[in-house]
Design a protein around this ligand. Structure first.
Ligand code: 5AD
Ligand code: SF4
Length: 322
């Protein structure tokens, strides 16, 4: 019933269109050490790579050729990509493709976020991961949930369309914690929310712990659709890794976005946030799946009709540094 209700809300708010966002995973080098993630600094078994700016621009062009109106530039927290190098990249991609640009490169300074926004970046993804402060601190050593939330509100203040999200089924996470995630999604009025199951990675401290459940993930997704109404909700890659039909099920539980991976195959297999990630279907299969559901691929950039950045009265008014 919950999933059916979510579908009803999805149809009446965002309709039958599915937005394609091509994701380019341009560096798997990361200074952080999140306990759940295969890219964590202490994982010495991972082959590290960093794509060159021209390879990244080329991948963005591939995404455009597949019909993506947005490209997502994602990486670990890699200091080689300085403010200026990112700016240059944003400029080149805008000039050659004119697609919407989403950045997903982690926690950076207010000045970096500001420069990139002015340089043409449209959106930013930064999942809050879990709304439980204690769980957050135990899984992201040296970091606090409050810092993450501050970064998210800076991004909203700078006029980005902002995406957050969580991981469902983290070791030690309770249903109350998940309820707090959904409450946070509503309070902050995010423009996109990525909800994915936890998948244990053998080369992390969480090796051998149970994976999150797809059913629970779909329930959180459906509830988020019902409560947020018109936000953009991806059928996350992790749902498809957990179960071959997972992304399809997510599109039938309130989802309206899918992010095909356009990273060149030589690199893609090393962007192993969790095992199995490199093997999920590419853009061709994604396009066919959307058609098989009787849904349409959106021809627009998929900006939210009422972005949070323009509704400051709905957010906490934290002070912004100059
Ligand atoms: N299982 C599921 N999702 C994960 N992420 C990182 N590690 C895992 C994992 N083991 C997610 C985080 C991060 C995104 C890039 O990948 O939510 O924000
Ligand atoms: Fe780095 Fe992001 Fe993985 Fe954390 S989740 S280790 S910040 S890539």
């Amino acid at each position: 019933m919950l999933l059916e209700k979510a579908e009803e809300v999805r149809r009446s708010t965002v309709g039958n269109e599915v937005h394609l966002r091509g994701i380019v995973e341009f560096s798997n080098i990361c200074t952080q050490n999140c306990l759940y993630c295969g890219l964590r600094r202490d994982n010495r078994q991972l082959t590290r790579y960093r794509m060159t700016p021209s390879e990244i621009v080329e991948a963005a062009q591939t995404a455009k050729a597949w019909g993506c109106k947005t490209i997502v530039l994602q990486s670990g927290e890699d200091p080689w990509f300085t403010r200026d190098r990112m700016l240059d990249l944003i400029g080149q991609i805008k000039e050659r493709t004119n697609v919407a640009i989403t950045l997903s490169v982690g926690e950076r300074t207010y000045g970096d976020y500001k420069a990139w926004r002015r340089g043409g970046a449209d959106r930013y993804l930064l999942k809050h991961e879990t709304a439980s402060p204690a769980l957050y601190e135990s899984l992201r050593p040296g970091h606090k949930l409050a810092e993450r939330l501050k970064a998210l509100s800076w991004l909203q203040d700078l006029g980005y369309e902002v995406g957050s999200g969580n991981i469902v089924g983290l070791p030690g996470q309770t249903d109350d914690d998940l309820a707090a995630d959904v409450e946070l999604f509503c309070q902050k009025n995010f423009d996109m929310i990525g909800i994915g199951p936890f998948i244990a990675h053998p080369q992390t401290p969480l090796a051998g712990t149970p994976n999150g459940q797809l059913t629970k993930t779909l329930k959180v997704l459906a509830l988020t659709r019902i409560l947020t109404r018109d936000t953009n909700l991806p059928a996350t890659t992790a749902t498809g890794v957990l179960e071959p039909d997972g992304q399809r099920k997510a599109l039938l539980a309130g989802g309206n976005v899918i992010m095909p991976d356009v990273t060149p195959a030589v690199y893609r297999k090393h962007y192993e946030i969790y095992p199995g990630k490199g093997e999920i279907p590419g853009p061709r299969a994604v396009i066919d799946m959307i058609a098989s559901l009787g849904r349409r691929i959106s021809q627009g950039t998929g900006s939210r009709s009422s972005p949070s950045a323009r509704r400051p009265e709905q957010r906490g008014m934290e002070k912004v540094p100059s």
